[in-house]
Design a protein around this ligand. Sequence first.
Ligand code: AMP
Ligand code: MG
Length: 317
Amino acid sequence: MEIKRAAEIIRSGGVVAFPTETVYGLGANALEAKAVAKIFELKERPSFDPLIVHVAEPAQVFEYIVDSQCMLPLQRTYVQWLTEKFWPGPLTIVLPKNTLIPDIVTAGLSTVALRMPDNPVALELIRQSSCPLAAPSANKFGRLSPTTAEHVRKQLPELECVLDGGAAKIGIESTVISLQEDGFTILRQGVITREDLEKILPASGHAAVDAGLAAPGLLKAHYSPAKPLYFAGQKEIDKSRAGIISLRGANIGGYKLAEILSPTGDLREAAANLFGALHKMEDAEIDCIVAEPAPETGIGLAIMDRLRKAAYRWRPR
Ligand code: AMP
Ligand code: MG
């Protein structure tokens, strides 16, 4: 499906799936509450979970946030530093919103999450639609995130328009941060790490997600495959009926199926392959999935966040 046709659907209040560098998004006009409501309906997403608004230019941010007089003096400067360094890219910034953004987008919060994706199809779609796109991941709520157009079709077969941009190169959701006067707070881990951000601005003294403060919509169970997922050693299992997701490929003997995330142990490559591996396991003839834990530093924090949520009190659907 061409971008031109997809943009027509967006302009007429419809919903379109499109590629980004993180995961595939399910987008609608972020300025039209009725269009955004269709995303929640299709995804079966609870209304307390706010969406990210995708823009095609850093300057567009200032159209949707409160004017500079109402912002903390340093917030605007921080936004400029961050967007210069990380946009387009997998960093979402939460800022005080103005009235152009309907409440449904932000689940009634006074703040809005904004991002400029690093994907030519996504950017062209936003430009041709002539509006910012509110877009969560293009899957059913709580299920595995889609990193290919096929993953989208598997979960949302009813969708008329799925733009295909190949496999997502980052492969996990963006890092989400909020800004305070004294610096940033990480609300969701991603491939842009605390260390990357600290090169640009200080970490806030406020509690961070690793200290237990969660953004709305961040649940303990999420990203769940359709089969039970355990960490290696967590449970006695029959290896001949199980699949293993391994970082480098060590200790995969005896398993029916193995997915190696990065033979060289590169965590960025591992993150990019994580959801693809989980989708293959979900579709395979095995009883359960075993995951080897990743080291909890840098990008490993984002990988472990996704795996823990996928493993959390797994229940059959
Ligand atoms: P998703 O669309 O699934 O990538 O999820 C977007 C996530 O970003 C939400 O689940 C929230 O955790 C976070 N988020 C979005 N908007 C806000 C906001 N205004 N304040 C805090 N966190 C937000
Ligand atoms: Mg999602």
